[in-house]
Every structure is written in C-alpha cells, then in structure tokens.
Design a protein around this ligand. Structure first.
Ligand code: MSP
Length: 511
C-alpha cells in the first residue's frame, strides 16, 4: 500500500498583504511535498488562511469593510501569491468555512467532555499582533511606561470572563512525549527551548474571548468565541474531514510535518499537542521551524518600509531562481539575510555557471557531434564509474536531508556532484575526443547526461519549471521523472531536442 504523507504550512493571518516570509514557509513545505510525491508517497499538502480574531477584525475595521468581505479579499490574495510561487497545495483551507467551524465545535466538545475546560475570568496582558497572552515577567517595560512582548508587539490589559484550558495538568505528559519523540521539534535548539519552557511550569490557558465576536462561537456558551489559536490549529485536522468517522482523508492524520516559523513554535509544540491529547486525537509527528529572513540584515516590517513582495522578486529574478535561493542560502532553522546581491550571486555562480553551463556544454556536444542522438554507455573507466557512483548515491543522501528539512545541506550535496561533473568534463575533454576517439566521446557524454538526469530529477521539488525543461532536453519522458524511475536506463539512440540554456546569467539592467 502506498504510504501517506501529510505536510502543512501555517495558515496565514489575513490582516495585510503577503510578503517573502510567508512565501518562504510555503515554498519550503512545497519542496517537501513535491519531494514526497516524486518519492512515491500519497501526499496531502495543506495551506490556507487564518481569518478570525481581533487582529483581523481590527484590520477590516481600519479598511472600512466588514470582516467577511475583508477576509475574502485577502485570502484570495494569499492564494494568488501561493499560486505564483508554484506552491502545489492539494487544499486551501479558510477558517471561516463551514467544514472548519463544525470541526472546531466538535474539538471543543471533546475537550470539554474530558474535563479540561473550566469557566473563569481572565485578567492579564494580551498582544493583538501575536494573538497571544503574556505573563508580566515576559514583558519589557519601556521608558514611557508601556510594555512590550518579547516579539516587540504592544500589549494591552484584558479583563473578561473566559473559559480556561487546564494546560497545567498536561505538563508531565508533554515532557514525556518530547522525551519519547526526540524528532518531534526541529531544529534541536528550538526543542531545547520548548522543553525548558514546559519544565518551567505551565499556566492554564485562556481559550475563549467575550469582548469581540469575530470568531467561532463556543458551543452552548453565548457570548464566547474561541481563542483564535485554538480555532487556527484545528485547521490541520478539519482538512482531514474531522469529525466524519469515515472521511477518506482521515488516513492522512496525524500530520507528518507542520512547517512553522520560529515565532509560532510554542503554539504548535506545546498548546497543540495538549489540545489533541485532551481531545483523544493522535499527535503530529514533527513540527519543523524556520528562521527569519532579514532584509539587508534588518527585520522586515511595514513601518520600516522594507517588506519584500515575493511576486516582485520572482518577476525580477525568475521563480525557480528565487525558490532555489531561499532554500540554499541559509539553514532552514536559522535566520538569514536577503539581498539582491546575494540572489544574483547564487544565480550566476550556482545556477548559470555550475549547473546551466554543464548542461549546455554536454548537450550541445551531443547535438553537434552525435547527431543529436543519445549515445550508448559502453565500457566505463574509473573516472566514469566514480562520477556515476556519486550520482547514484545522491537520492539517499538528499532524501535524508529533505526528511530533516536540512534543505541547504541537501542542495549542497547535489552541487558536490555538479562540481564533480564539471571537473570530469574538463578532464575528459569530450570536444577533443571528437577527433581522436568518437566512441569514447560518446561514453563520456552519456555519463554526463546520466549524471545530469539524476541532478535534474532530484532538483525538481525546488525548481519544478526549469528542471522540467532540463529533463525534456535530456530525453527523460514525463512519466519517468519520479525517483523510482532513476533505476531505469534512458533509451539510447533516441533523438534529443535542440539544447537551450536553462539558466541565463543575471545581468543588472542599465540604470
Ligand atoms: N496565523 C498564524 C499561524 C497559524 S497556524 C495554525 C500566523 N500567521 S502569519 O501570517 O503571521 O505568519 C505565518 C508564517 O510566516 C509564520 O510561520 C511566520 O514565522 C512566517 N514569517 C513571517 N515573517 C517572516 C520572515 N520575515 N521570515 C520568515 N518567516 C516569517 O502566525
């Protein structure tokens, strides 16, 4: 039976326009989902928008429209951005949909039936920007007497009747779970942070609000809407058809990987497993958190005016070039700096020079000296066999990295082979063999085509469009691009299409 794999992105707040940080998490999740599909898994890849809560309600009011009209508009903009970034989601969930509201109501009932909710009164700090409650001890007092959350968000004093979730009662079970599942939180540094946060003791969590109404009503509790994070997290389960007992998508739960930013790890790695345990549902296998992109070394923010529109970057540099840059430039879990200069270097060195030239040189020799026909392999020298062996080993190595979300290391491994192939072509000089030993030239070019085929096949999840074009030129049929097909030799003697450069050098337009 085909193994299933369920990959999710965070669902995005619809309080403003999408930016590169949103695109990044989605592109990383997309690369993973595409990798798994090519590796033979039955994949469900979910993304969407988080549409309730005070923050969205306030943004709608500021725009002078009702919240539903506002969220319809911004959700479709996020969807258009995701489409423009090549994000191959299977489902786009919106928390204002009926299926999700039904699922949240049932989650609430199950947690209530387990005795984990009680009615009380919340009095404390709340940051609307983070949609999060904070303890006094977590805040920084500023000279003007105001307080800010660790994230820099402003906080306000909230006092209202509220339902509480008995989070404190789950402390030990969470610690036991982390202990038994060391892969649950990635990277390791975040895992340590979460474990020490939970060890420090957990307070019960306020899970309903009564001072506004843009949210999902709490069952049988007029005036209460669910805390937006309880509502939002449940999206992952709603998309699997919960609570219908026979929902075909139930086979995907629990999720294999929740991709999240480092700022929302606590919600996913502490609150979410506690809610699920209380509701008697299985826990996700992994929460993998990404670091932040800084713009020229500075945090992106609307007030600094340095927010980057992903669609603009893709227009300037090309979509696949942007996707490659984002996954190659920094370790997934770490922060990194984005600049035009850094993107241009990646394009010109890695893509145009290392990979693009290699393909163009190899394929134009096949076109010119082999009549455009794929040569046979023939007897292999040690040099040939060494290059092919490194290409053959690549799938296992890259798979290991994608499973750990160490995309930049996986890509570096691919580039080791690309660089080895460049060394090989220079040593073997097939252009010179054309005069001295045509048969040997054929073998060398075939070794290069076979190596490029592995490289292009494994890079499809990151650069689907360009690698599709490269595979066309290498004579790889569309139905032979999955990883299992790597074991089946290409048909020698087939005509290859005329080669065309896949990665042009980026030249700065004249001012
Ligand atoms: N709505 C919540 C998520 C709910 S999931 C059940 C949310 N939304 S968000 O729109 O504010 O952020 C979505 C994701 O974008 C987060 O994972 C966040 O880390 C990521 N990014 C936002 N800015 C970013 C950068 N500058 N760099 C990288 N990612 C960042 O949180």
């Amino acid at each position: 039976m085909t193994q299933s794999c369920y990959v999710t992105t965070p669902i995005y707040y619809v309080n403003g326009a999408p930016h590169i940080g949103h695109a990044y998490t989605s592109i990383a999740a997309d690369a993973m989902a595409r990798f798994k599909r090519l590796d033979g898994y039955d994949v469900l890849f979910l993304t969407g928008t988080d549409e309730h809560g005070q923050k969205v309600e306030q943004a709608a009011a500021a725009a002078g429209v009702d919240p539903q009209t506002f969220t319809d508009r911004i959700s479709s903009d996020f969807k258009a951005m995701s489409d423009a970034m090549g994000v191959s989601y299977d489902d786009w969930i919106r928390t204002t949909e009926a299926r999700h509201k039904r699922s949240c109501a049932e989650l609430w009932r199950r947690i209530a039936a387990n005795g984990d909710f009680y009615l009380g009164h919340y009095e404390g700090w709340y940051a609307v920007r983070d949609e999060a409650f904070y303890d006094e001890a977590e805040l920084t007092l500023r000279p003007d007497g105001s307080r800010v959350a660790p994230s820099g968000a402003a906080v306000e004093w909230v006092k209202e009747p509220s339902y509480f979730f008995r989070l404190s009662a789950w402390q030990q079970r969470l610690l036991d779970f982390y202990e038994a599942n060391p892969e649950f939180i990635a990277p390791r540094s975040r895992r340590n942070e979460v474990v020490s946060f939970v060890r420090g003791g957990l307070l019960d969590l306020s899970v309903s609000r009564t001072t506004f109404n843009w949210g999902i009503p709490v069952p049988d509790a007029p005036g209460h809407v669910m805390y937006v994070w309880l509502d939002a997290l449940q999206n992952y389960v709603s998309a699997c058809g919960f609570p219908d007992p026979g929902a075909p998508r139930w086979r995907y739960w629990p999720a294999d990987v929740h991709f999240v930013g480092k700022d929302i790890i606590r919600f996913h790695a502490v609150y979410w497993p506690a809610f699920l345990m209380a509701a008697g549902l299985a826990l996700p296998k992994r929460v993998s958190s990404n670091g932040w992109w800084l713009m020229d070394g500075e945090k992106m923010s609307k007030s600094l005016g340095n927010v980057v529109e992903p669609r603009k970057l893709a227009d300037i540099f090309g979509l696949d070039q942007l996707r490659y840059f984002l996954l190659r430039e920094k370790p997934f879990g770490a922060d990194g700096s984005l600049s035009h200069a850094a993107i241009i270097t990646r394009i010109n060195v890695d893509l145009a020079n290392d990979l693009g030239n290699l393909a163009q040189r190899s394929l134009s020799l096949v076109a010119r000296n082999c009549g455009g026909v794929l040569p046979a392999r023939g007897a292999l020298t040690e040099d040939d066999a060494a290059l092919l062996a490194s290409a053959d080993a690549l799938l296992g190595v890259v798979r290991g990295h994608f499973d750990q979300q160490t995309f930049h290391d996986g890509l570096e491994e691919v580039w080791k082979v690309v660089r080895a192939a460049n060394g090989y072509i220079d040593r073997q000089a097939p252009w010179a063999l054309n005069r001295t030993d045509k048969a040997r030239m054929g073998v060398v070019l075939r070794v290069l085509v076979d190596t490029l085929r592995v490289v292009a096949t494994l890079l499809q999840p990151v650069m689907p469009g360009s690698m599709g074009r490269m595979l066309d030129q290498l004579g790889v049929a569309e139905d032979a691009r999955g990883f299992a097909s790597l074991g089946v030799a290409l048909t020698e003697g087939q005509s290859l299409p005329a080669p065309q450069g896949v990665f042009p050098r980026y030249v700065e337009p004249a001012a």
